[in-house]
Design a protein around this ligand. Structure first.
Ligand code: 5AD
Ligand code: SF4
Length: 436
């Protein structure tokens, strides 16, 4: 059978980067990537199970392709694969391969088994010491490179499926991270994004013993690297030295994504987040008192079991107090294996919908107000794309704001860093003109 594959990725940046590892591994094994599932003999879905909707999407995809795919091999990778395991074969009998994120270096072996006629192949163990070593990563984005520094999560948030889908925490050695970071810098990348479920709890397993703040500073000091970002953080492990590193190394982006989830200490306790509202606000104070102006973004969950109107008001009040630069709000979704399943007092769907709309409206008003104050300011933009129809370049500031701008005719600015003056501001993006 011709070795052509199609892959579709769902979920977070960790998954996007995992797909880059899978694509590189497959190409190195002699497979060719194609653009549509119809053209492919092997169809891979790299899946997300953070909320029920994300999980359902994959089963819909599998169902809709079932009939067209008589001779195809279907593979489910990622978080749904890890969570559902062999049950996927029952629910979607045309699937032949089910593998979680710690097994991707073993894909060539698993595919040999499939080619030999085996119709039920799994890779679900977390016990793969080579999982980090991905020499064949095929990076999708020419402007910024993802690098995994830690896998898995040892926190036990009561709503969260990730500890089950990505397993216990495993940090990568500092030497291995630095080697990859120098390699991508050598390839011409100027921006690196360090990835992990909880990057703040990074702890170098080698004798160098770096913590996360040290890692940030070292990666930000590699010649050629102009921007370092990181995601995602956990307030409990977000310590002051991280802010000190950002303050002292201008190559570290002035943006922190610090998910709060709720503004109510009693909901935070139910979520087993291991911090109170006051402790979260202390982290916010560190950032607001930094020498640089640090953009802060966050995640919010509404409708966690037992969330009262008063708790919900506490979340709205926290939005006003912090003035986040952006948030991602989600309705609580019940996940398998999680301890919140056992909690009483689930919130009706319509009420969750009401709450998320109020949260989003409140935050939108904050962003409209605060972004208006940016008009007239000049920011350095890393150019990542072009809107042909609008004749505008698209890029991001160090604070991760989207800034679209017009430049001189005939100039190719892709990949470059351009000072841009903001001329207009919307709730989610800015418009400006290159400062020539
Ligand atoms: N329901 C709703 N949102 C969730 N998140 C994680 N688990 C759930 C869940 N069960 C959200 C959190 C997290 C983000 C990645 O997804 O806000 O920070
Ligand atoms: Fe989705 Fe979480 Fe898995 Fe990322 S780690 S793909 S957000 S379930």
């Amino acid at each position: 059978m011709e070795k052509t594959f199609y892959i579709e990725t769902f979920g977070c940046q960790m998954n996007a980067h995992d797909s880059e590892k899978v694509i590189g591994t497959l190409i190195n094994t002699g497979y060719t990537q194609v653009e549509t599932p119809e053209e492919a003999n092997y169809v891979f879905y790299n899946t997300c199970s953070i909320r029920d909707k994300a999980e359902q999407k994959v089963f819909h995809r599998l169902q809709s392709l079932k009939r067209t795919g008589k001779n195809k091999v279907f593979a489910v990778l990622g978080c749904v694969a890890q969570q559902e395991g062999e049950k996927i074969f029952e629910r979607a009998p045309h699937v032949s391969l089910v593998a979680g994120s710690a097994s991707y270096t073993k894909l060539p072996e698993m595919l040999i088994q499939i080619e030999a006629g085996n119709r039920r192949v799994t890779g679900l163990s977390f016990d793969n010491p080579e999982a980090f070593d991905t020499p064949f990563t095929r990076r999708d984005n020419p402007y910024h490179a993802y690098i995994t520094i830690i896998e898995g999560c040892d926190k036990n948030c009561s709503y969260c499926v990730v500890p089950f889908t990505r397993g216990p925490e495993r940090s990568r050695t500092s030497e291995s991270v630095m080697e990859e970071a120098r390699r991508v810098a050598g390839l011409g990348y100027t921006e690196i994004q360090l990835l992990g479920q909880n990057v703040n709890s990074y702890r170098d397993p080698s004798s160098a013993g770096w913590d996360f703040a040290t890692m940030l500073d070292k990666v930000g000091s590699i010649p050629g690297i102009r921007r370092v970002r990181f995601t995602t953080s956990h307030p409990r492990d977000f310590v002051k030295p991280i802010i000190d590193a950002i303050d002292s190394n201008p190559n570290l982006c002035d943006h922190v994504h610090l998910p709060v989830q709720s503004g109510s200490s009693s909901v935070l306790a139910g979520m087993q987040r291991l911090y109170t509202r006051a402790e979260y606000m202390q982290r916010i104070d560190w950032m607001k008192n930094a020498k640089r102006s640090i953009a802060i973004t966050s995640d919010i969950i509404v409708g966690f079991p037992g969330e009262t109107e008063r708790d919900f008001q506490d979340t709205l009040d926290l939005l006003d107090e912090v003035q986040f630069d952006a948030i991602f709000a989600f309705k609580y979704s019940q996940r398998p294996n999680t301890s919140a399943l056992a909690l009483a007092d689930h919130i009706p769907e319509e009420e969750k919908t009401r709450r998320i709309m109020i949260v989003n409206e409140r935050q939108r008003a904050i962003q409209i107000r605060n972004n208006a104050n940016l008009v007239g300011e000049v920011y350095e933009v890393h150019v990542e794309g072009r809107h042909q129809s609008l004749g505008q370049w698209m890029g991001r500031t160090s604070q991760y704001r989207t800034l679209n701008f017009s430049g001189r005719d005939g100039e190719d600015l892709l990949g470059s860093y351009v000072p841009v003056r903001v001329t207009r501001a919307g709730p989610n993006s800015l418009v400006g003109e290159a400062v020539l």
